[in-house]
Every structure is written in structure tokens, then in C-alpha cells.
Design a protein around this ligand. Sequence first.
Ligand code: NAD
Length: 255
Amino acid sequence: MFKNKIVIVTGGGNGIGKSISKKFSELNATVCVTDLNLDDAKKTASECKNKSYYFKLDVTKKNEIKKIFSKINAIVGNYNILVSNAGVSSMNKIEDLTEDEWDHNFNVNTKGVFLTNQEAIVHFKKNNIEGRIVNTASLAAKVGAPLLSHYSASKFAVIGFTQSAARETAKFGIRINAVCPGFVKTSMQEREIEWESKIRSMTKNEVIDEYISQTPLGRLEEPDDVAKVVLFLAGSSSDFMTGQAINVTGGVYMT
Ligand SMILES: NC(=O)c1ccc[n+]([C@@H]2O[C@H](COP(=O)([O-])OP(=O)(O)OC[C@H]3O[C@@H](n4cnc5c(N)ncnc54)[C@H](O)[C@@H]3O)[C@@H](O)[C@H]2O)c1
């Protein structure tokens, strides 16, 4: 399905980004796995079925993005798809939240999406490529979440950016959408369960039970649940969709 397509995935070394990379590869895309952690990117690439590449990339650094995306064009070919997935979180009550936490969440989650999308849009327009971009937002981009005010604000911004970018680029045949995952079993979730159980004086199992009880489909989300929708948004089945932010939450949030 993605034969002859070159896909860049950010934050591809773990969790959802890893699953997205592997799924694209299963469908014959050439995947360029990028991550802050080179070893993790390398490991994901080694698990990809099709020929794949890996690069160290910090999405908060404009110069690094320019350098790595140009390198991909030079050694792999003109990329057609960007999945801007890298993200971070922390948990704190607003009164305890530090400026560093606020800045780090906005730098990676929001500025990272802006900078990677900007570079891809320049590339798509310059080369007349009807490129596809999928940004990873969140359930917390649709509805505020306690202990995650900074994260939630940074992800609401991803949807605003995605809609604006989609409107600006539609006339060039470029489509830009977002996915909004719910409670996904990844290392990010493990850290959040640890923090939340401490802040709310609960056991980890009680936190997990709360996540599941909020989920009509009755289980924690798997990274593959998100990856399947990302592939849909990057593929031809969604040709008439742009500027959308699709919930993939097992029904936690329905509008
Ligand atoms: N896990 C969830 O429940 C959940 C829910 C909603 C949205 N999300 C979003 O999904 C995306 C992936 O999350 P995950 O759960 O797989 O997290 P994860 O922590 O398991 O993986 C995130 C990856 O991003 C990388 N990364 C971190 N900072 C980076 C940077 N500056 N530049 C490049 N890479 C960087 C990490 O090294 C890691 O490999 C994030 O945007 C996250 O906010 C996750």
C-alpha cells in the first residue's frame, strides 16, 4: 500500500512511534525512524520488515531537523509522508508546576510539531509533492486533564496548528491531520501511572483501573490501535480529509 513512499517518523524509538514505523514498513514503505535516542531509533529500524533507516533527531532543534531531513532526501529519496509523533509529558498540580516543565512540554510537543511540519511543507511545495502529515495530538488536546495542564495546553495547540496548516496547504494537494490517542500502553504511560499514583496517593493498579473504567471499549489502548489510524490518515482511503483531529481512545471522548 505504501510502496515507493518514504516516511519520516519522529519519536520512532519507542511506544506509538515504534508501532507506526513497523506498520508502515509492513505495508512496504521505506521508513526513516528518527528519535532523540539513536539506539532506540536503531532498534526500531532493525525490527522493520522493509528496508529502513534511522537517525538521531531532536525535534526542538531547527538546524538538526533541516540537516536530517535534507540528508534523508539525499540518501533515501524525496520523502512524501511525515509523522510528527515525538512527545513528552510530566504530571503536576498547577501550583507545583515549574516553568521548566511548561517549557519542555511546549518545546517538544508544540514547537517540535511546528518545526518538523514547516520543514516538510517547504519540501513538499518546492518539489510539487502531494505530501501527507499526521501529527500526534492527544485526548488531552480535546479535553483538559487534571495534573496535565501544561501537556494539555501544548496538545490543544497541536490541533490549532494542524487546522491552520491544513487550510494553508490544501491548495497544493498537501493533507495534514492529527490523531488523538487515549490511555496508551507505552513507557510514557508507565511514567504517568507512577507520578499519578504518588500525587493522588493511590496504588498503580487503582490508577490503571480508573483509566479502564473511563474507556467504554474496556481496556487500555495498544500502540497499534493508534498506528492503524495514522496509516489510514497517511493513505489514499482518507484522500478527502484534512485538518481533522481523530480520536482513537476506545470511546473515552466522543466529539
Ligand atoms: N501514551 C499515551 O497514553 C499517549 C496518549 C496520547 C498522546 N500520546 C502522544 O503520543 C506520542 C508518543 O508517545 P508515547 O506514549 O509513545 O511516548 P514514549 O515516551 O513511549 O515515546 C516517545 C518517544 O519520543 C522520543 N522523544 C522525546 N523527546 C524527543 C525530542 N525532543 N525529539 C525527538 N524525539 C523525542 C523519546 O525518546 C521516545 O522514544 C507523544 O506525542 C505523546 O504525547 C501518548
